[in-house]
Design a protein around this ligand. Sequence first.
Ligand code: GLN
Length: 569
Amino acid sequence: MMVGAASGMADPHMFSHGGPAIMARYIFITGGVVSSLGKGLASAALGALLQARGFTVRLRKLDPYLNVDPGTMSPFEHGEVFVTDDGAETDLDLGHYERFTGVAARKTDSVSSGRIYSNVLDKERRGDYLGKTIQVIPHVTNEIKDFLAIGEDEVDFMLCEIGGTVGDIEGLPFFEAIRQFSHERPRGQCIFMHLTLLPYLAASGELKTKPTQHSVKELQSIGIAPDVLVCRSEQPIPEKERQKIALFCNVRPEAVIPAYDLASIYEAPLAYHAAGLDQAVLDAFDINPAPRPNLTRWEDVNDRLKNPEGTVRIAIVGKYVQLEDAYKSIKEALVHGGIANRVKVQVEWIDAGVFDSEDPGPHLERFHAILVPGGFGERGTEGKIRAATYARTKKIPYFGICLGMQMAVIEAARSLAGIGDAGSEEFDHEAGKKRFTPVVYHLKEWVQGNHKIERKLGDDKGGTMRLGAYSATLKEGSRVAAIYGSTRIEERHRHRYEVDMRFREALEGKGLSFSGMSPDGKLPEIVEHEGHPWFIGVQFHPELKSKPFDPHPLFADFVRAAVEVSRLV
Ligand code: GLN
């Protein structure tokens, strides 16, 4: 469907399908008072609601930290690194964006101060600035504005979230850049949405609006006036308080949107719609009449989530279990698997390190399935291998992702193929001595499209893994071919090490089938144990492509296998 802008044919900013000139409207999303208010989720939900009204969207994240990208940050620090098809290592909020809108994120949808400064400094070294003194304004802000404008002729709405909170020193260039950007664009092309917190004081039984007022003042002092305020609150916001916020913050009362805690993040689109968020945004752009939303996709997702017909318990045996965000997409993909099967998936995190010294049996026997996720470094790997032995011998569904596949192969090499010292070169490199037969080795060259990519051990750590979407060919008649309903797939990768094909024969002889390979037949992509109810390891990250309204087939089938186990016990 398409909707013309209210002012008619002369409007140079027509929506995508409506006329020749397409120019995105921009929604800048900022946060105040405290961090972790759910800006990413609010942005993603708004994107979904605009789609539900027939508009096309793209979401972007601008992060103030100085790392060039999150690829080099520990998952303990920053949570999961989300990988795009085009091989960028990005902020986990891009995962939310994709899960809510289904729009595949690109390299150009995520930027940090580090990247911006690095670009500016590269240009300075090249002499691009013709001898000028390089300054935050205009050089850094110009670089940010150029980033914002990429692809603006492709969609109706560009939603740009600024990480951190207003007032952070390192965020200032971003705030200044969005101020300038909105000022330079025709009136009405950009709006600002600000998220704040209304703390509740139990002693006096009151919701306090003062922090919100201060946060908006802070924004105003740098030249930004919010059009929409989203107020997180644990308690219902009385109408009187809403009016007060509107008055003091210079926002229309209808544009003060309450945001309460939700049982599931997938309630956010419906909850924000009920609270009037999408209407407030369209009003701020003066899009009138607003096209009516079609929310059936979200109604169906919520119906399935709220009315499960059973429960399955799945153990994630990993290393970064203290911070659930480290496996954000896996956790969500399991929820999607539950949606596909109309069951509730209860996930429990188990520190693989525990199995280094303890028998996994007593820890794992309560579970209907076991997932071993990706990871880096040796710590916890012996425990993961023991978890794989447990799943294989007890015939419990096992899903190994990236490092989890490598561990499953090492397990089979040790227990079935008689290679007692099988291991990964990753751990030998880390320890600086050779202790293992490298069944998993350091990948030094591979093919991407028509290019050969080469790597050395001493390469920089940032951005040098095998990253992004690669295709794989699946064996006819294999379990995975049946699950995907295809023998050609494309999945996202992020790894440096790879299972060595020289061990293929020995392993296949023992029932571990290499059922997915890179199209040139050189790199193993999927292994599965024949004769096991469900034992699959994948070198890629299927969790990154799963959506609540389109669950990934591997996760849907893994949860189905867990349901079967739950019916047996
Ligand atoms: N550390 C392993 C590798 O680099 C696995 C990576 C991962 O699980 N993402 O190959």
